[in-house]
Design a protein around this ligand. Sequence first.
Ligand code: GDP
Ligand code: K
Ligand code: MG
Length: 298
Amino acid sequence: MNENYKSGFVALIGRPNVGKSTLMNHLIGQKIAITSKKPQTTRNRIQTVYTSPEGQVVFLDTPGIHKAKNKLGEYMVQVAERTLKEVDVILWLVEPTTFVGAGERRIAQQLQELHLPVILIINKVDTVEKGEILQAIDVYRRLYEFDEIIPISALRNRNTGDIMNCIFKYLPYGPQYYDEDTVTDQPVRQIAAEIIREKSLHALDAEIPHGIAVAIDRMKDRGSGNLIDIDATIICEKDSHKGIIIGKQGAMLKKIGSNARYELEKMLDSKVNLKLWVKVKRDWRDSDFLIKNFGYDK
Ligand code: GDP
Ligand code: K
Ligand code: MG
């Protein structure tokens, strides 16, 4: 065990579209390219893992921190807020504007209570003049006492290298938590599966939902940043259930699909092309393998 090894959890927070995904891809991009993805369905909130000889950084995304428009949203905010209590460093991404809204004040207030290192990342500096960056820094300095402020362009990959050094500066010494080849576990898939399950539950008779599970077969961003293809299978225990889930001329499945798509688009901040299938797998609830596979603990 290397006693200089550092490790810990880093939460990425910020409004949708400030560039969190773009930045994360840059921070770990090379790693993804040279290693295979390894799903870890039971580790709930991990997004991506960066491993180097210096240490290991586990990045956690917190999608719902700003807005809770429904119950699922509330749940996600709770998860986000709990996440913040469990991390070692917080990366807060903002755009180079001087606008600070209620959402930002609320985050600042929460951070105040946590006593954690907070790094402010001012992203998209390629879109403004230098003067505006300085003004933004000034405004955010008054909002919160940040440990570091780093202006970057995630898109142009400008200054992004400074972020990793900065994270390691604040990480505690610790063990390597995950295998070197663990890069991501895509927990968003689990939330997506739960949304589809919830919509099925609402649409179907009381008896059937207990016997269903949802597996996400494919979830892929088309790269443009605003269309995600999701293929999912609703698994049930009996042929008769399959018929009910599909419905007359597919009407039930269509209803489940359109309700789920609506929620998925809100959650992912993107258009979603959702395709649903129904499959019978007798006694799946007794199969540890399948249960784990569907993302449930027990
Ligand atoms: P997220 O919702 O916070 O994960 O944001 P994304 O990473 O999906 O980025 C949202 C949009 O902002 C995409 O169109 C990106 O290409 C764009 N974007 C991200 N970083 C930058 C940047 O540094 N400069 C500019 N001009 N655009 C950026
Ligand atoms: K986005
Ligand atoms: Mg994103």
